[in-house]
Design a protein around this ligand. Structure first.
Ligand SMILES: Nc1ncnc2c1ncn2[C@@H]1O[C@H](COP(=O)(O)OP(=O)(O)O)[C@@H](O)[C@H]1O
Ligand SMILES: [Mg+2]
Length: 352
């Protein structure tokens, strides 16, 4: 296994750990953020907590933030908006940039791109009304899953096994979004796969196989049940795992992701065909979250993972202050490849 780069925490400067925010996933975000903050501080990083629901993002400048670790989920956090604000402020941030974040939060747009690139994703239609939903079920066939196009954490997710379920499934998903995704339900194993890095040198983490009681993978089970099992190493055949990791890397690059992300995949039981469901561009980062779990199996401890993700913080556009009489801009991360992961970074020790 290629070793992970060693990161020198002294090169990270003053770091804002963004947590909380305004999305439906605020509580999870706070848990992730507190974990990351403690880990970074334990490694000597000058990190502080910042909740955009409490303080205006513009205040980041006066707090002296030189990098931002984004631990916000969902809308106004994972969707390109905070990323855009940080671009304007000139503060390099963790994870994918503006466009990749905005694409990935939109499950329908993501699937369109994957479909266009020939990457497997379950057949789907996007609808905006119950009559439209009724019209597409005939075309797609049962079982189906209804989900809010933009929402995460399994909010508004409903399975429909026949015509009698369609109205309730549509109405539940529509509570969370004006656009509803109707998607073929894939019966089989569920796996999730973290990715770290950018471009051709991005690395896929080991797969985690998720086994929920009765296959009922809802919000409660995902975060609060002790019954869901997360199996890593996944115990899938090595060649199958490698194929899925390669697929995930392609799906990641197709959206233009950098930094890190995590893809969800269903493997059809009948023929072991994997189907991409979605990519999360700001995955959970509590000590029990999935990316930290897979990273540990790949030899990367939680605090090292936090440092590595932080070291890849970047801007889509290098920031140049064009105001008349502007103070000299602070040094930007150098352009060019991160030694191991293909992205500008900073404070990285190790072979170049
Ligand atoms: N097409 C599908 N077939 C089978 N299960 C699905 C499908 N889509 C979603 N699921 C299940 O629902 C969960 C949540 O769906 P996902 O698309 O990942 O949305 P989110 O995690 O944003 O709520 C998945 O982890 C999986 O267990
Ligand atoms: Mg998911």
């Amino acid at each position: 296994m290629t070793p992970w780069p060693q990161i020198d925490s002294r090169g990270m400067g003053r770091v804002a750990v963004l947590m909380g925010g305004l999305s439906a996933e605020r509580e999870i975000s706070l848990m992730s953020g507190k974990g990351v903050l403690a880990a970074l501080q334990s490694r000597g990083v000058d990190a502080f907590a910042f909740d955009p629901a409490v303080d205006d993002l513009v205040a980041l400048k006066s707090f002296g933030a030189q990098r931002a670790f984004i631990n916000l989920h969902g809308r106004w956090g994972e969707d390109g908006t905070v990323q855009g604000a940080l671009e304007l402020l000139g503060i390099p941030y963790t994870g994918p940039g503006v466009l990749a974040s905005a694409l990935a939060i939109d499950k329908a747009m993501t699937k369109r791109l994957w479909h266009f690139e020939g990457l497997p994703t379950p057949l789907w239609r996007e609808v905006g009304s119950l009559p439209e939903a009724r019209a597409v079920v005939a075309e797609l066939g049962f079982p189906l899953i209804f989900k809010a196009t933009h929402e995460g954490s399994t909010l508004g997710l409903q399975r429909a096994d026949g015509d009698a379920d369609v109205e309730a499934a549509y109405l539940e998903a529509a509570r969370f979004d004006s656009r509803v995704l109707v998607e073929q339900f894939i019966v089989g194993d569920e796996v999730t796969c973290g990715v770290i890095g950018a471009g051709s040198t991005a690395r896929a983490l080991p797969l985690i196989r998720i086994v929920a009681p009765g296959g009922n993978y809802d919000y409660e089970h995902k975060y609060f049940s002790d019954d869901t099992r997360y199996i890593c190493p996944s115990e899938l055949p090595a060649d199958e795992e490698a194929r899925i990791q390669e697929l995930v890397l392609r799906s990641y690059r197709t959206l233009g992701c950098r930094g890190w992300a995590r893809a969800d995949i269903m493997i059809r039981a009948t023929d072991r065909q994997p189907f991409l469901l979605e990519i999360n561009t700001s995955p959970g980062m509590t000590g029990h979250s999935l990316v930290p779990m897979a990273a540990r199996v790949a030899g990367l401890e939680y605090a090292d993972l936090c440092l590595l993700i932080l070291s890849m913080a970047a801007l889509d556009q290098p920031h140049v202050d064009k105001r008349p009489h502007a103070p000299a801009s602070p040094a930007l991360p150098p352009e060019g490849a991160h030694p191991a992961l293909g992205r500008p970074g900073g404070g990285v020790e190790g072979p170049r």
